[in-house]
Design a protein around this ligand. Structure first.
Ligand SMILES: C[S@@+](CC[C@H](N)C(=O)[O-])C[C@H]1O[C@@H](n2cnc3c(N)ncnc32)[C@H](O)[C@@H]1O
Length: 319
């Protein structure tokens, strides 16, 4: 499915510190549109609003009642407001930036907590890569990486999904506090660590997961896949294989090892990207035992890797 976005990249103001909307953004839009009947007329909060590209789409195409936008980078909710004012001024009154820095669902200004409690739908496309120790910090670093060492207590941090896991945990705590099990969460998640494991992530926090959209997209050629190679190596019995593809249709699956070799040779590599709806359930379910053992094994290896790193390499993460 191809959809036209209401704004081209040229219309958006995208400073160096903001994420440039790309295939991930378009996929997320397509996924939400496919599930529009669940979203129309609701109060929606986007965690990691960036430039406001998704917000412009939500306001103009999804007919949300209110669109709240928050971000860890305190500059971005204001930037999103400015972009919305310029590009779709008639819809701007339904956009509410959550000002300041908001780490997932934890705003600096505690008064904003009530907005979060009242939200019907949370959406997020947030980093699924742990910041490599030796990588130079880039301007839009927060859009691509998260500090793995701050998420060591999350089991799925071992698959670079610690930040998403923390969001699911916080979302479920809002669901339980408000007793509103009609709330929904939509995540844009790469399939590199395998769909079955991603489903376990949702299940372990008391949500069933429904794939509302999926595509195969090119892996960013400048991103090292070493982390994924490492987790394959950690699986001593070779039981764990990441899901990359050598073809754009996603028919020829290759391991991370092969994918990294191809990338270094400048051959294209692809992976799946899923838009997943999380549906809260009353009871949480235990993880399967094989996965727990495997995640623990990788966790120990990552802990070795993090040992010599600063505890918080980048602001504005806070407790
Ligand atoms: C990949 S960008 C997506 C931006 C926007 N949704 C889009 O598609 O154009 C991820 C965004 O998440 C924000 N982010 C990263 N870590 C976050 C956190 N812990 N809490 C809230 N936002 C975060 C980044 O600053 C960035 O704006």
């Amino acid at each position: 499915m191809s959809i036209s976005t209401p704004c081209s990249r040229e219309d958006l103001i995208v400073p160096q510190y903001a994420f440039v909307p790309d295939a991930w953004t378009t996929t997320f839009q397509e996924g939400l549109l496919a599930d529009k009947s669940e979203i129309v007329g609701k109060r929606l909060l986007e965690v990691g609003v960036g430039t406001g590209a998704m917000a412009i789409f939500g306001l103009t195409k999804l007919e949300v009642a209110h669109y709240y936008g928050s971000d860890l980078d305190p500059n971005l909710p204001t930037l999103a407001s400015q972009n919305i004012e310029r590009i779709c001024p008639d819809e701007a009154s339904r956009f509410m930036p959550i000002l300041g820095s908001t780490n997932l669902l934890t705003p600096v200004d505690k008064n904003n907590r009530s907005i979060i409690l009242e939200t019907d739908i949370v959406i997020a496309c947030i980093p699924q890569a742990i910041r490599p120790p030796d990588k130079e910090v880039c301007f839009d670093d927060l859009a691509h990486y998260y500090p793995g060492n701050l998420f060591e207590n999350y089991q799925f941090n071992s698959l670079a999904l610690g930040l998403n896991e923390a969001l699911l945990e916080q979302f479920m705590s809002v669901v339980r506090e408000t007793k509103d099990y009609n709330k929904r969460i939509y995540l844009n998640i790469a399939g590199r660590v395998g769909l079955e494991n991603i489903k376990e992530l949702f299940k372990s926090h008391g949500l069933t997961s429904e794939i509302v959209h999926q595509v195969v997209i090119p892996q960013c050629p400048s991103t090292s896949l070493q982390f994924f190679v490492d987790i394959e190596t950690a699986s001593t019995d070779n039981a764990f294989k990441c899901e990359f593809y050598s073809d754009p249709e996603g028919n020829c699956q290759i391991s991370a090892n092969e994918a990294e070799k191809r990338r270094l040779q400048k051959d294209p590599v692809f992976h799946k990207l899923y838009v997943i709806k999380g549906i809260p359930q009353l009871n949480s379910v235990n993880l399967n035992q094989f996965l727990i053992t495997f995640l623990d094994c990788i966790r120990q290896q990552l802990a070795q890797l993090y040992k010599n790193r600063e505890s918080s390499p980048l602001l504005p993460y806070y407790n």
